[in-house]
Design a protein around this ligand. Structure first.
Ligand code: SF4
Length: 430
């Protein structure tokens, strides 16, 4: 298998019409990203400026992962703040003073906006500047929005990383022709990140930077000699901010499945002048392991239809992976936002006949699910139970974001996430 080839009869997706929907959405808000971001950037703290609803969302989403010293919290906006009866800025400053006095380990503090902070027009960017002046340089205070008015589920990470980009130091070599440096962009579980770093080291590519870094005190440098690979398909703002700093995006499939991982690594290998034979030799054992792992799930998944509700923004690359490597038939691939440039190669690889939809009008989309009766529907938690009650098998999309699914060695686990509900359905039928 050599990846996508021009003229491949299945390469038809780029011409697919897009159904644009602007109705009611059924998606988690961007605060959800804190659940994985706080584990990734280990000396950062996320302070949501929000309501009790926001606090409940975070606690229920991350409840199973609470630390003795948690790295996120909610500064509750009370009714009197909402009624304009108190100075929310003064209260926020007091909360931050108390937090930083009690937690000297915090090096970076994110003020995370929410629906209520937006409703009262609390200017968190001014608050971040004011608090940086007060607590810097020991602590940097940044801000971004996780509000459900503005963001969906995975966009919180995009907003967070985009807020980090202006803070990155400049690379030593400022000219575009200087020695290129590679940057992986998007938070990955450490184990997956380490696998990718090992591949690049074996290919002789270095230095390799990672955004977000594991420690906020070690921000990766960026400049015109930076070549970056997006590890996640939902990082449009972050990519734009990096490009504003002169960095150049390497176009590639996203590293889901064997083919995606191969193409993603190969994009870097080619950009860094790695000899094709050396590249093949480095990835061959892992690629073989992935092929074997995928073969175990093909029997369950091949020929089965799948419908993606728009949720995580991973939908298009996952549909490509499931159709090309496991023989599934994507009926509709919904995504909250369709970034045509970043997804160009993914779209080309979707099979003909796939309906592509952007945004949501949940009732109409549910009607389409009921009419199509797919073998598997990938959707948010709120929609899964009602669909199961109607006899439809579902997969929670949030699980795809919380599980290690990138790279060759996770390809089998990724396939298993889709195969499991189908196996369970078959067992219940017996
Ligand atoms: S930010 Fe908005 S959507 Fe998210 S939990 Fe808070 S109130 Fe709800």
């Amino acid at each position: 298998m050599g990846g996508l080839k021009p003229g491949d009869p299945s390469v038809a997706g780029s011409a697919l019409p897009v159904l644009r929907q602007r109705g009611q959405r059924e998606v988690f808000c961007g605060l959800t990203g804190i659940v994985w971001l706080h584990r990734k950037i280990q000396d950062a703290f996320f302070l949501v400026v929000g309501s009790r609803t926001c606090a409940h969302l975070l606690q229920s989403a991350a409840g199973v992962m609470l630390f003795a010293e948690p790295r996120f919290a909610t500064a509750i906006i009370e009714e009197r703040d909402l009624a304009g009866m108190a100075d929310a800025n003064e209260e926020l400053d007091r909360v931050v003073d108390r937090l930083l006095a009690r937690r000297p380990d915090i090096r970076m503090l994110f003020l995370v906006g929410s629906c209520p902070s937006e409703v009262i027009k609390l200017d968190l960017s001014r608050a971040a500047s004011r608090l940086t002046a007060k607590h810097g340089p020991a602590v940097r205070v940044l801000n971004y929005s996780g509000s459900g008015i503005e963001t969906t589920f995975t966009q919180g990470e995009d907003a967070c990383l985009a807020a980090l980009v202006p803070e990155l130091p400049a690379t030593q070599a400022a000219a575009p022709e200087s020695t290129p440096e590679l940057m992986i962009v998007g938070s990955l579980p450490d184990i997956v990140e380490d696998q990718f770093l090992r591949f690049f080291a074996e290919m002789g590519i270095g230095p390799v930077r990672v955004l977000p870094p594991r420690r906020a005190v070690a921000l990766p440098p960026v400049g015109p000699n930076t070549r970056f690979l997006l590890a996640q398909p939902f990082l449009g703002e972050t990519a734009r901010a990096l490009e504003d700093r002169g960095a150049v995006r390497l176009d590639a499939l996203f590293p889901f499945g064997s083919e995606g991982s191969f193409e993603w690594l190969r994009a870097a290998a080619r950009a860094f002048g790695v000899d094709e034979a050396r590249f093949e030799a480095v990835v061959a054992p892992a690629r073989e392991r992935a092929t074997r792992a995928l073969a175990r799930h093909r029997g369950v998944l091949e020929g089965k239809t799948i419908f993606f509700m728009p949720d995580s923004q991973l939908e298009v690359p996952l549909a490509r992976f499931l159709s090309r490597e496991l023989g599934m038939i994507p009926l509709e691939v919904g995504t909250p936002y369709l970034h045509r440039a970043h997804l160009a190669r993914e779209l080309e690889a979707l099979p003909e006949g796939t309906t592509l939809s952007e945004g949501q009008d949940v009732d109409r989309q549910l009607d389409r699910v009921r009419a199509a009766r797919p073998d598997l529907t990938v959707c948010g938690l709120g929609l899964a139970n009602p669909l199961e009650a109607e006899g439809l098998s579902t997969k929670w999309s949030i699980e795809l974001v919380f599980s290690p699914v990138h790279g060759f060695d996770q390809a089998g686990d990724l396939a298993e996430l889709f195969a499991r509900p189908l196996r369970r359905r078959d067992m219940l039928k017996v």
